[in-house]
Design a protein around this ligand. Structure first.
Ligand code: BG6
Ligand code: MG
Length: 223
């Protein structure tokens, strides 16, 4: 039985719903390149880094690009994305997210953000919750994408908490796998059909509280 001493939160799809902005910007890029992709395809981009997302999208369009062209395309998409997130307000925090992170802090549980996004700092600042996390590990601080556990292990290390005492909150299957690979418990945010490998799956952070979190102490570290 490992006590829960820290919670590590993914950002996109867990704390804020920025997935729709990523989708719109990637779709615009694909359309400019002469093809389209569906919202169903977009699921495969969740939790995936910017350059890996671009590679997947170019694959769907049957296009091959040089590294330099890819850099330009990714920068173009990111400029549109940054434009959209620069208009975000606190109203775009997902239901229960702020309250649950605050409850963790009040219960003496440490909090970290563990996101693949290089835009994490801008988003946290825009929605006014940058003070809620003891540690922020984002896409600028990691080199290996989820399902590699690097982002969560760096978070745990910075908090000074062993992985077995951490719980990860994730909406992407790659993120749940990253938690498992790092020896951490996980809570899936979304559908059990997709996130069944997690120790617990809820539809949002409004559906969990400290009591339910503590119940996870009895479950195995690997799901
Ligand atoms: C993840 C998102 O959090 O961050 C992905 O789920 C996104 O969709 C990735 O591609 C990288 O984000 P950014 O902001 O660095 O392009
Ligand atoms: Mg996510």
């Amino acid at each position: 039985m490992n006590k829960i001493l820290a919670c590590i939160f993914d950002l996109d799809g867990v704390i804020v719903d920025t997935a729709v902005y990523h989708y719109r910007a990637w779709k615009r890029l694909a359309n400019e390149l002469g093809f389209d992709f569906t919202e169903h395809d977009n699921e495969k981009l969740k939790g995936v880094s910017r350059m890996a997302s671009l590679d997947l999208i170019l694959g769907w369009g049957g296009l091959a690009k040089t590294q330099m062209e890819k850099e330009e395309l990714a920068a173009r998409k990111n400029a549109w994305y940054v434009d959209m997130i620069s208009q975000m307000t606190p109203a775009e925090i997902l239901p229960g997210a702020k309250e649950f992170v605050e409850a963790c802090k009040s219960a003496g549980i440490k909090t970290a953000l563990g996101s693949a996004s290089k835009n994490s700092a801008t988003i946290l600042e825009k929605v006014g919750i940058d003070h809620l996390f003891d540690v922020v590990i984002d896409g600028n601080k990691v080199s290996k994408p989820k399902p590699d556990p690097e982002v969560f292990l760096k978070g745990a290390e910075a908090l000074g908490v062993p992985p077995a005492n951490c719980v990860v909150f994730e909406d992407a299957i790659a993120g749940i796998e990253a938690a498992i690979n790092g020896g951490m418990r996980s809570v899936g945010i979304g559908s059990p059909d997709v996130l069944g490998k997690a120790n617990l799956v809820v539809s949002g952070l409004d559906k969990i509280n400290i009591e339910k979190l503590k119940e996870l102490e009895a479950s195995d570290v690997t799901a």
